[in-house]
Design a protein. Structure first.
Length: 292
């Protein structure tokens, strides 16, 4: 597909996925007029309107949904081709982008990557901190290191360790709740069954923020042991919480799994996680000392 045609298709999909020209423009990093021009060019080239312009936004009529579905298949094929070409040309050097949660990015992952840099020679690393899932299919990152109950669909990977959780703070304080991406976590699900919504004294969308709130005496919270155990300001609380952990997965897109630099970093990350499995489970803390 000619590049100009593919660009028009990309703009059309952005409007379809976001529901308005303004939202698509923000996602694509262009102005409103550029999106309108690209949509008009796409519709002119293919001889018909794709969207109904309504007060609520750009709506896809039922008889045009197959057009959008086919466009998504083309987009997936273009991204797959790009990944395969880059993978075939990739030597064991360059930059590998690793995405992980803020808990791991501010916990042990920088230390792990430091060790990887010494082992991997000419490889360099970009650490992308995000509690949401980045799209590895669109090359937002090369490798994901994510706590989850199961491996995300569309990725290949393996379990490197398990992330344990415990309650930290003072037993007589009210609960701190979870919002944002971590509201879907296993600890948040347990809390929703234990604590009424009106009884949460406060909430945060980051375990790092919750740790600081616990340290400030705002309330008590469930935290990953790798964060709570390493902080001498806070104590574990026996609060009837069952043993709880989730897997820490190392994953990548199937098209990138055999790229030499991706494969090397993938294996090294698994080794580093396995070597620190006790730390992630919270089995190394003695009183208020941080794990070594």
């Amino acid at each position: 597909m000619h590049k100009e045609n593919w660009d028009d298709l990309r703009f059309m999909l952005a409007v379809a996925e976001n529901g308005s020209v303004s939202s698509a423009a923000r996602v694509l990093g262009v102005n409103h007029a550029t999106v309108l021009r690209r949509i008009s060019a796409f519709e002119a080239r293919h001889g018909g309107k794709i969207f109904d312009r309504t007060p609520q936004g750009y709506v896809i009529p039922p008889d045009r949904k197959k057009v959008v579905d086919a466009a998504r298949e083309v987009e997936a094929a273009v991204h797959s081709l790009d990944r395969l070409i880059k993978g075939a040309q990739a030597p064991l050097r360059g930059t590998v982008r690793v995405t992980s949660t803020d808990t791991l990015c501010h916990g042990l992952l920088p230390e792990m990557l430091s060790g990887l840099a010494r082992k991997a020679g000419d490889l360099r690393f970009e650490l992308i901190c995000s509690n949401s899932h980045l799209d590895l299919g669109r090359l937002d990152a090369d490798i994901a290191v994510k706590p989850a109950t199961e491996l995300q669909d569309g990725l290949v990977g393996a379990l490197g360790a398990r992330l344990g959780f415990a309650v930290y703070g003072h037993a007589d304080l009210a609960w701190l709740g979870m919002s944002g991406a971590i509201a879907r976590s296993k600890p948040a699900q347990w809390l929703s069954e234990k604590v009424r919504e009106k009884d949460f004294v406060s909430k945060a969308d980051s375990f790092l923020t919750l740790r600081e709130m616990v340290a400030a005496g705002v309330g008590k919270s469930v935290l990953p042991c790798v964060l709570g155990d390493a902080d001498p300001r806070i104590d574990k609380v026996e609060d009837g919480m069952p043993d709880m952990s989730v897997g820490i997965w190392v994953a990548c897109h199937p098209d990138m799994a055999d790229v030499p630099r991706i494969r090397a970093v993938y294996r090294l990350l698994l080794e580093e996680l396995t070597d620190r499995s006790d730390v992630f489970l919270g089995m190394t803390r003695d009183a208020n000392t941080a794990p070594k």
